[in-house]
Design a binder for this molecule. Structure first.
Ligand SMILES: [Zn+2]
Length: 260
């Protein structure tokens, strides 16, 4: 009997897994740390005042103040796996259609969940995914490019003020090589995260950085746009409002990036 089971396992090791021996990978559940909106589940003990947790908690105020949004108390569940292997095994079993990523944010009608693992880039990953969580509790139905652009803005350490240096370098280089022009209406047409390239993430960040960190008028334009979406569930594409006020916005974005 045992030999027969083993044969099945060897015959179909990766396609279907082994029905007889495959262990179900469960979510981390041994510890739960509650800090404001965040409920962090892990299978290892995380100090209550770990500096990463403190930073994630402080990020909420950054988002609220920068974007002039009201605080929510809806919980965001963060599932922190202790190793990449456990995280990948969990994703392969429960979300086999997901692409190969280090962390995820998942929204359902009743829950906001973040999945990540403890590794070299856990701080950046959690700042990014938890930002999605905060945003979705404050502004449902965000356009994809804006959701990602804001997450890329708030994923950098607080001391860097939203400057995502790898994105800035990528875009300035692309301008220099004459193979990229900013095109906000094109970004606004993207509706599936898997359609977005690294350059699309970078451009989304760049528009957010221009809007938040250049002039009070542009910041207010973004804040008003978010307020409209929050209150009515919809709004004109931001590009229509921005390009009406600044027909040369794409050139202004390039100049902004080159001056950073
Ligand atoms: Zn994201």
């Amino acid at each position: 009997m045992r030999a027969w089971k083993l044969l099945i396992c060897l015959a179909v090791p990766l396609l279907a897994g082994c029905l007889f021996t495959r262990k179900v990978v469960t979510l981390p559940a041994s510890n739960a740390l509650v800090r404001d909106q965040l409920v962090i589940h892990s299978d290892f003990r995380l100090p209550r005042h770990h500096r990463l947790v403190d930073e994630l908690v402080a990020r909420r105020n950054d988002v609220v103040e920068r974007l002039r949004l009201p605080v929510s108390d809806e919980p965001i569940h963060v599932y922190l796996f202790d190793t990449p292997e456990r995280f990948q095994a969990f994703v392969a079993q429960h979300h086999p259609d997901f692409p190969d990523r280090r962390a995820f944010f998942l929204e359902s009608d009743t829950r906001l969940d973040v999945y990540a693992y403890w590794g070299d880039r856990v701080a950046e990953d959690l700042r990014h995914e938890v930002t999605h969580g905060y945003l979705h509790t404050m502004v449902p139905h965000l356009p994809l490019w804006l959701d990602e652009g804001l997450a890329e803005y708030f994923e950098v350490p607080r001391s860097e003020g939203g400057l995502n240096a790898p994105h800035r370098t990528m875009l300035v280089q692309a301008v220099h090589e004459r193979n990229w022009q900013p095109d906000l209406p094109r970004l606004e047409r993207l509706t599936a995260p898997f359609e977005m390239t690294q350059q699309d993430y970078a451009e989304s960040w760049a528009w957010v950085h221009l809007l938040l960190d250049s002039t009070p008028q542009r910041r207010e334009l973004l804040q008003n746009h978010l307020a409209r979406i929050r209150m009515t569930g919809t709004a004109l594409p931001l590009s229509q409002v921005l390009l009406a006020a600044e027909p040369q916005a794409a050139q202004h974005l390039i100049a902004h990036l080159q001056a950073l």
